[in-house]
Design a protein around this ligand. Structure first.
Ligand SMILES: Cc1cc2nc3c(=O)[nH]c(=O)nc-3n(C[C@H](O)[C@H](O)[C@H](O)COP(=O)(O)OP(=O)(O)OC[C@H]3O[C@@H](n4cnc5c(N)ncnc54)[C@H](O)[C@@H]3O)c2cc1C
Length: 333
């Protein structure tokens, strides 16, 4: 395990590893749900000491080892926010770039890739590259046909004329080690309304998603009945008749503006059983609610050491994007 103090230490380690033919696995905070930073041999290169963090108007400079919670907190103190939010706030900036993390706000803001303005990356030969948005790659990457879906973050994003940032983002450390990034920040919204809306069944929940998709929400996420059953152990206040839920999150121009009333009207029939929050402390509880599902699921899988054929899906980052897809999923379950 190598823990360099700075970029020079990173490049020196990579040069040494290349010369010795030793594989290197970059390590962020180790929160990745696929366990991709667990090495299959060779050296582990931890970026935990690269924690430079500067907040400016419209952007932040963050070392690969900066924890997302530190970035979010520093941005908030300046009246700004960093849109990517995979809810796992102990993840590192480098890890979220390497996995092109999306998350709770990606319905509106897309994944991490979109928020990177500049990247400092050390490829295996030990050089240090600095690439900016729009700096095009100088080779033909070919094209990997992608499925015609709204969201697909598996594999390299290969397109002729693409830029280096899009190539490195999501490459899971296979093309180089991210050491630092310049990340775009936005002005913090005046208020945020969050909610967990419960439904008696999937049809009503999917109908609601169809209707709400164009309402400017920054999060719309679906939880099925087995997921709610798993969550009940930690959140006994989930209404007993609820068999589906939609988590939403919307920016408001003010706390008592017409958008809040619009949301309440939208879900009038279900409002009594559902949860709403404007205050940061209550919204934090919703974040924990969202976060709890993959956590509980991983614990369950770890206990049985095998994936059951039936049961709740690991719903991290799932957006209900197409009714037909949802119906196919329900048919197969
Ligand atoms: C409870 C929970 C909820 C989550 N929800 C979401 C979600 O909704 N959406 C979503 O997209 N993700 C979600 N995630 C996954 C999250 O995006 C990852 O856990 C996170 O991005 C990994 O960051 P890390 O620093 O822990 O990286 P690690 O786990 O340490 O590493 C992840 C990968 O990145 C590589 N890597 C790490 N650092 C670098 C670097 N500096 N340079 C190059 N390669 C590097 C590693 O080799 C490995 O391949 C969730 C995770 C948890 C635990």
């Amino acid at each position: 395990m190598l823990i360099p103090d700075d970029e020079a230490g990173v490049t020196a380690a990579l040069r040494k590893a290349s010369a010795a033919g030793t594989p290197v696995t970059a390590a962020g905070a180790g929160t990745g749900v696929t366990g991709a930073r667990v090495p299959l041999g060779g050296w582990v290169l931890s970026l935990e000491r690269l924690t430079r963090l500067e907040i400016h108007g419209g952007h932040a400079i963050a070392g690969a080892g900066v924890a997302l919670h530190d970035l979010h907190a520093a941005a908030a103190r300046s009246g700004q926010f960093y849109p990517p939010d995979p809810t796992e706030i102990s993840a590192s900036v480098g890890g979220t770039i390497a996995t092109n993390a999306s998350g709770a706000r990606s319905f509106r803001y897309g994944s991490t890739r979109r928020w990177i303005e500049r990247l400092r990356v050390a490829p295996a030969d030990g050089r240090l590259l600095e690439v900016g948005r729009g700096d095009a790659i100088d080779f033909d990457p070919g094209v990997i046909p992608l499925p015609a879906v709204t969201k697909n973050t598996a594999g390299y994003l290969l397109r002729p004329g693409m830029d280096w940032i899009d190539l490195f983002a999501g490459s899971e450390g296979t093309l180089g080690v991210v050491t630092e990034a310049r990340l775009r920040l936005l002005s913090a919204p005046a208020a945020i309304l969050a909610g967990v809306i419960f439904f008696a069944g999937d049809d009503a929940a999917l109908d609601a998603v169809d209707q709400w998709r164009s309402n400017g929400a920054r999060m719309l996420e679906y939880r099925d009945a087995p997921s709610l059953d798993l969550l009940r152990g930690r959140f006994p206040e989930i209404p007993a008749p609820a068999r589906a839920a939609i988590l939403f999150d919307q920016e408001l121009s003010s706390e008592d503006g017409p958008e809040t009333d619009a949301w309440v009207e939208r879900i009038a029939a279900l409002a009594e059983a559902s949860w709403f929050a404007l205050a940061a402390r209550d919204r934090e509880r919703f974040r924990q609610f969202r976060h709890a599902l993959p956590e509980l699921r991983h614990g369950q899988v770890a206990r049985v050491c095998t994936l059951p054929l039936r049961g709740p899906t690991i719903a991290t980052g799932i957006r209900v994007v197409a009714r037909s897809l949802s119906h196919e999923y329900l048919r197969q379950r």
